[in-house]
Design a binder for this molecule. Structure first.
Ligand code: CU
Length: 279
């Protein structure tokens, strides 16, 4: 009869089953060629994208490399001026050393010894023990210092900055002498040191001893020959401008004596005088 009875075909009910292959005579739902083309397109797009990515990555460093080359050139000049300024500043720091030279700090200390001698008018006690800091006397001292009163004499200094006593030579009778020594200068400090004889070598040695003392004490008020210095008969403390000190001493006997100022560089500057004790 018809092809339906041949048995080569399944009933129509079975053809409703889902099947991608379809029947032998049915066309596939998706064309295999279409799938191949789609996959090829995707692969191509991926490959192109990959190349594009590689190109962008390899290209950016090249541009970056060019930029940094120019960048340092701009940075260097900017940094260069900066180090120059700090280099100049340290040189200006040198003035810091000047404040150290400002020794006026020692001057205020001079005021203290000035006040001490006033409440202690007794020359005897002052002679026994030079008060104040060690090595810095506040009263006359020395083996020739004596009590009581003797022949009164007065010795002053140049009223200005000249390194001179106001007398070069003083003559006294044999016996105790009461000396009033005044620093008449309005600018420099002075003292008065009586030395046995007039040997230039001894004068220089005693003056040097005072300078050594001053350096050791780091104080110009210590610029006096230490107590017990050979050849020194009597010495006063360093007097400030306008200060005066009165004391009595007893020279060993008739002869020639020399008095000097032992403040730094004053003896060398000519601050020397002669005391003659008559027989
Ligand atoms: Cu002097």
């Amino acid at each position: 009869m018809s092809w339906r009875s041949s048995g080569n075909f399944r009933p129509s009910g079975q053809s409703s089953r889902p099947s991608f292959g379809g029947g032998r005579n049915e066309p596939p739902l998706i064309d295999p060629n279409f799938l191949k083309i789609g996959i090829a397109v995707i692969v191509c797009v991926a490959v192109v994208g990959l190349f594009a990515l590689i190109a962008s990555v390899s290209g950016s460093p090249t541009q970056t490399a060019d930029r940094p080359t120019a960048a340092p050139a701009t940075v260097e000049p900017t940094v260069a001026p900066a180090p120059l300024e700090p280099t100049a500043e340290p040189e200006v720091v040198e003035p810091t050393a000047e404040p150290e030279v400002v020794e006026p700090t020692a001057e205020p200390e001079v005021v203290e010894p000035t006040a001490e001698p006033e409440p202690e008018p007794t020359p005897t006690e002052a002679a026994a023990a030079p008060a104040g800091r060690p090595g810095i006397p506040s009263e006359p001292f020395g083996p020739a210092l004596a009590t009581g009163t003797g022949t009164p004499i007065q010795i002053g200094t140049d009223p200005g900055a000249q390194l001179l006593f106001d007398v070069d030579r003083v003559t006294v009778p044999n016996g105790p002498v009461t000396l009033t020594f005044t620093n008449d200068s309005d600018t420099v400090q002075h003292n008065w040191v009586l030395i046995e004889g007039d040997d230039p070598a001894m004068l220089a040695r005693i003056n040097q001893t005072a300078q050594d003392q001053q350096r050791q004490l780091r104080n110009t008020l210590g610029s006096v020959p230490p107590s017990g210095t050979d050849g020194v008969l009597v010495a006063t403390q360093i007097l400030n401008m306008g200060e005066s000190v009165t004391f009595t001493f007893d020279p060993p006997g008739p002869g020639t004596y020399t008095f000097i100022c032992t403040f730094p560089e004053h003896f060398e500057g000519g601050m020397v005088g002669t005391l003659v004790v008559e027989s």
